[in-house]
Design a protein around this ligand. Structure first.
Ligand code: SAM
Length: 279
């Protein structure tokens, strides 16, 4: 079979436009060529082995496995990240968290930034790329996630710029930071349990679930931060649909004297909190 026939066959069995795009992406991934190559060379013959590999990958996609885990690539903030089942696939809405930190650093200049729950390293490494003067530390409780972050750090040539630490929230963090940013797991196990079947099935649960109502880890973080001798200038975190009230409650309980701001994402859903500390 040739490239054009393989894609046509795949398309004939599809119901959604998204699946047609996936077929193109998977084939270009397998052939290690850009997507344009497929359109320019439809009559190129494909080895039987490659065709079999394509069918196997496409079946996995069809059964719900995320495309990013099949190709091991995900773009975030204009950078390419390796992803596999050890880490959450970076989501587009998290780019807003990076943008907010970049806005803040315009005012503060060179800063020490801590990214808690770094996963693939997408937040910390995007910040490091955009802030050549910043000192950046990225932490995670998962050894496996830190292996992926280290791989991405290497690919992006940021080994000297980003320190990786294994830590349960702030437990192993001694030195002070100016900005703490976190996208902690925030899906509730009982309340706010908004999780797609594929996400539940394929993505690491340690990256998804944050206690009964999803805010357990933010509460723990607030408690640990309150007990530190230092406080950052800013603490920013991403949270889930309808959790804004709970975040406001935690702020009132732990940091009532500090200013809180809540930002919406592009879908007009409350998504990010920022606490400004009077330090
Ligand atoms: C929602 S994922 C975010 C990953 C990445 N920062 C992103 O935005 O795509 C949450 C991450 O927090 C980590 N995590 C879970 N519990 C943690 C804890 N107690 N302390 C530190 N990290 C934790 C998970 O391993 C996971 O990598």
């Amino acid at each position: 079979m040739n490239i054009g026939q393989i894609l046509q066959n795949a398309k004939n069995n599809m119901k959604r436009q998204e699946e047609a795009l996936a077929a193109e992406l998977l084939l270009s991934f397998l052939l290690n060529k850009k997507k344009e190559y497929l359109f320019l060379n439809p009559s190129e013959e494909i080895h039987q082995e490659q065709e079999k590999n394509f069918q196997a990958l496409f079946k996995r996609f069809y059964q719900g496995e995320p495309l990013a885990y099949l190709t091991h690539h995900k773009e975030f903030f204009g950078l390419d990240f390796h992803v596999d089942k050890r880490v959450l696939i970076p989501r587009p809405e998290t780019e807003l968290l990076v943008e907010k930190v970049l806005e803040l650093t315009k005012k503060t200049g060179d800063v020490r930034i801590l990214d808690i729950g770094t996963g693939s390293g997408c937040i910390a490494l995007s910040l490091a790329k955009n802030l050549p003067g910043a000192q950046i530390t990225a932490s995670d409780i998962s050894t496996e996630a830190l292996q992926v972050a280290a791989l991405n750090r290497e690919t992006h040539g940021l080994k000297d710029r980003v320190t990786l630490i294994e830590s349960n929230l702030l437990q192993n963090i001694e030195e002070p930071f100016d900005i703490i940013v976190a996208n902690l797991p925030y899906i509730g196990e009982k309340k706010f349990n908004f999780v797609a079947r594929e996400v539940y099935k394929y993505e690491p649960h340690i990256a998804l679930f944050g206690g009964d109502d999803g805010t357990f880890l933010y509460e723990q973080l607030f408690q640990q931060l309150k007990a530190k001798k230092w406080q950052p200038h800013f603490l920013l975190g991403e949270f889930g649909f309808l959790q804004g009230e709970k975040i406001r409650g935690l702020h009132a309980q732990y940091f009532p004297d500090e200013q809180l701001e809540i930002f919406q994402d592009y879908a007009k859903i409350e998504r990010i909190f920022m606490i400004l500390f009077e330090t």
